[in-house]
Design a protein around this ligand. Sequence first.
Ligand SMILES: Nc1ncnc2c1ncn2[C@@H]1O[C@H](COP(=O)(O)OP(=O)(O)OP(=O)(O)O)[C@@H](O)[C@H]1O
Ligand SMILES: [Mg+2]
Length: 390
Amino acid sequence: MEHFAVVKSLVRVALAQGDDTVRHQVERLAAALEKADDKDAAALTRMLRSESATKTLTPSRLTKSSAGERMRRGVRVPVDRETSAPLATVVFPDENVATRPVFPADFAASVDGLRMEWENHERLADAGMRPALSCLIYGPPGTGKTSLALWLARDLGLPAVVARLDGLISSFLGTTARNLGALFDFAQRYECVLILDEFDAIAKLRDDPNEVGEIKRVVNTLLQNIDTRADTGITIGITNHHALLDPAVWRRFEVQLATPLPTALERLEIAKASMKDLTTEAKFVAWISEGYSGSELITLVDRYRKRSILAERTTAPVTTISPLAASTTARDGATKPRIRLDETSLMQALATSTDIRFQQSEIAFLTGVSTKTVSRRVSEFAEGNHIHAE
Ligand SMILES: Nc1ncnc2c1ncn2[C@@H]1O[C@H](COP(=O)(O)OP(=O)(O)OP(=O)(O)O)[C@@H](O)[C@H]1O
Ligand SMILES: [Mg+2]
């Protein structure tokens, strides 16, 4: 059929409206083409079939759906029958303030791959495929897992249904299983992103030596629900303790994203974003915070900003930042050699740093001495090293 590519695009847009009259006309066209023995008839039939089978997702980023209902404000979130505690909190796109966390390029590419599947679900449906319906985000504390899940929901223009594990998990395992069922039923019904944050709390129930059978039932309920989640949206499981997860749980998730600690490049981007007018200080903060999570880095930045607002007289940034950095992170065991440098070694380390590069004028500003002094100290140190090496 001539110009069939255009016809196909028109049909795709029209079918996405979910209008029965439109559908009927497309069916007529498909039948007519089939009668004329046109090879394009099959493509139309496929589109009709996949449209009704997958019931595609809707705007803003997704196209109109006939499967999931659009969630409205004031929607009744399921509650625990005994305690009336809500099983989830809903964050609507217009009140979702999550920003895209900063990640290394390869990680960001995996995230974009997932977004692309959802944005192009129609094209996938044409080929008889569907986007990934479940995703596991795991990684060290404070590396942006929750932020990423919320931002994905916002980016796709879907409400985030964030499970409340406090309400969900009951001391009665039967109730926990029922609550999980109710939560997933709710998520199936609407177009949404279902977020099971710190969901290892459920998987961990297996550790309880009592009632092993019952616990299995709860975990199985979780697995079955993940398996049968309709494509009204994606289910995102989040955990810090991926080692605790049962391999069966692990396998359930179609996409797995391991959030890394930020490298110098990402730390610099995060620090600069929240210290806009303090570029040199941001560089130093990024430099000294090697081994920090994004969350620890933000805490350090906030503490420094407060100090600089409240400081009566200006002190050299390193004099403020270094002790703050030393006391910001609660995680022990991590070596933070840059924090413990004395003044001369610090100058030398900054002058020879390769992950983040400093001009001598920047080192002078940070340490509160003249550029001349920095230059002298640095060359003395180089000479000393040279003599030492001989
Ligand atoms: N990669 C990142 N880019 C930008 N900001 C980040 C990043 N990682 C963490 N943050 C900052 O840290 C804060 C906490 O991050 P978030 O709660 O998303 O981490 P998490 O991995 O879910 O932590 P937890 O394991 O404690 O639940 C965020 O509000 C954000 O400001
Ligand atoms: Mg979190």
